[in-house]
Ligand binder design. Structure first.
Ligand SMILES: NC(=O)c1ccc[n+]([C@@H]2O[C@H](COP(=O)([O-])OP(=O)(O)OC[C@H]3O[C@@H](n4cnc5c(N)ncnc54)[C@H](O)[C@@H]3O)[C@@H](O)[C@H]2O)c1
Length: 438
């Protein structure tokens, strides 16, 4: 091992390394908190001054990170946040956790990664470890990040160390959090991988080394493509079961009693969140550059992307059963977050369902105390929630359960709604001729 590598390893093992996390969102803040808890002096970097102010005031804005943790780490001087990239000059390690969205054309938008890496490059110094965590196409670390950092004249694997390690956080999952989800790590050289593994081992229980960054990048895309394709399969099965007069959830519940060779996935109003609807397209985009057509990804995208329209059709059928048109009917959505018990509404299918219903003339409102309001963004209009009790008191023509939040009072919802379309099986086992299922 080189002398610079030995020195960095010593600093990591003695917790004297100064560590940084760039991008303090759903991925970056939990990581920064784990590193600070492991004993490192940790600096979080973000462009959003509200996030910086919240952290420095000892407050968390991510539901999975308790404010008490942030408060005590900030009070003890282990954690601080800044918008100033000059702080990178004092750091030994940097983990990059910035967004990797898609452009409208479904091509990767690497602008956040590029601007973060360029800003880090300005302060890159010998002996530093840089780890990319943002989900991305295979090759990003070596083809995009490494050349940007090497413009400084410093060489990866010799002067500084570079690795990729995908984040697997599952927001709202109380059992599996940053600390106990195994961490896959691939370095541009074996030494880079070993140093990145050593850093994570201070805060995460299990490290899974792989031979290169591109393997680590592909691991993440396999995991998320696996979910997208299997959800596409059960969504197609749900459409089929409807025609066959079979309850698809009953089928899945029975199938999952098989102790091997089956894993349950559930149908719903469509994909949401920052990962499953997006990441597979990073892979198909990269594959296309090699003339490879990823048909499973495209097909799953087609089926999953069609689910909001199917939900609207089912709303129409339910209203039809009481001789009402969609146009002019009051449709109230229960749930705007993309999955139960989280505040994240990015790519949420409920937004598409609302837009499509309005296009057909419905009057759409929603309840979701996790998402009290939504600004106008990405071509969608702003919305503000109607609290659950008020919505039921005001009345509507049909309720659509778009997110199965545990906190909804389903007994009252069933008792007070004239019609219900349940897209999540939240009303499993409840009888009622006014209840329609996906
Ligand atoms: N949210 C998840 O469940 C999840 C799970 C696994 C992986 N990921 C991946 O992790 C990455 C981050 O996702 P997230 O959900 O944490 O995103 P996020 O939007 O919650 O957080 C990203 C943060 O980066 C900041 N940022 C943007 N550009 C910056 C820059 N140049 N410098 C500093 N800060 C900058 C933003 O202000 C924001 O606070 C993405 O690639 C995503 O695909 C997300």
């Amino acid at each position: 091992m080189s002398t610079v590598a030995q020195e960095l390893r010593r600093r990591i093992e003695t917790r004297t390394a100064r560590v940084g996390v760039v991008g303090l969102g759903y991925v970056g803040l939990p990581l920064a908190v784990e590193l600070a808890t492991a004993g490192f002096e940790t600096v979080g970097l973000d462009l959003d001054p509200r996030k910086i102010a919240a952290i420095n005031a000892g407050e968390s804005y991510i539901p999975d990170v308790p404010t008490s943790d942030v408060h005590s780490l900030v009070a003890s001087g282990k954690l601080r946040a800044t918008t100033d990239y000059r702080t990178v000059a004092d750091l030994d390690t940097v983990n990059i956790c910035v967004p990797t969205p898609l452009r409208k054309t479904k091509d990767p938008d690497m602008s956040f990664v590029v601007s973060a890496v360029e800003a880090i490059a300005e302060h890159l110094h010998p002996g530093m470890l840089v780890i990319l965590e943002s989900t991305t196409y295979p090759g990003t670390t070596e083809e995009l990040v490494q050349p940007l950092l090497e413009r400084t004249g410093l060489v990866a694997g010799v002067d500084f160390f570079l690795a990729f390690s995908p984040e697997r956080v599952d927001p709202g999952n109380a059992t599996f959090q940053t600390r106990n989800v195994p961490k896959v790590v691939g370095g541009t050289t074996p030494e880079c991988g070993a140093l990145a593994g050593a850093l994570y081992a201070t805060a995460i229980e299990t490290i899974v080394p792989v031979s290169s960054p591109r393997v680590a990048e592909m691991v993440k895309l396999l995991e998320n493509t696996f979910r997208a394709v299997n959800i596409g399969l059960v969504n197609e099965l749900a459409l089929m079961c409807r025609d066959l007069h079979i309850n698809v959830w009953e089928v899945i519940d029975a199938a999952k009693t098989k102790p091997f060779g089956f894993m349950p996935f559930y149908p719903g109003p469509g994909l949401g969140g920052h990962c499953i609807p997006i990441d597979p397209f990073y892979l198909s985009w990269k594959a296309r550059q090699f003339g490879f057509e990823s048909r499973f990804i495209e097909l799953a995208g087609h089926i999953n992307g069609g689910m909001p329209r199917y939900v609207v059709d089912r709303v129409g059928e339910a209203l039809n059963s009481v001789a009402k048109p969609i146009k002019g009917s009051k449709v109230h959505l229960f749930g705007m977050a993309y999955k139960s018990d989280v505040t994240d509404y990015r790519e949420s299918p409920a937004i598409d369902v609302a837009d499509l219903l309005e296009r057909r003339g419905a009057v759409v409102t929603y309840s979701d105390h996790f998402v009290p309001s939504m600004p106008a963004e990405h071509g969608h209009k702003p919305r503000t929630e109607v609290p659950f009790d008020k919505a039921l008191a005001d009345g509507f023509d049909i309720a659509v359960i778009t997110t199965a939040h545990k906190t909804f009072d389903y007994d009252t919802l069933v008792a007070k709604s004239p019609l219900i379309l349940d897209t999540r099986n939240a009303l499993k086992g409840r009888p009622g001729s006014h209840i329609f299922r996906l």
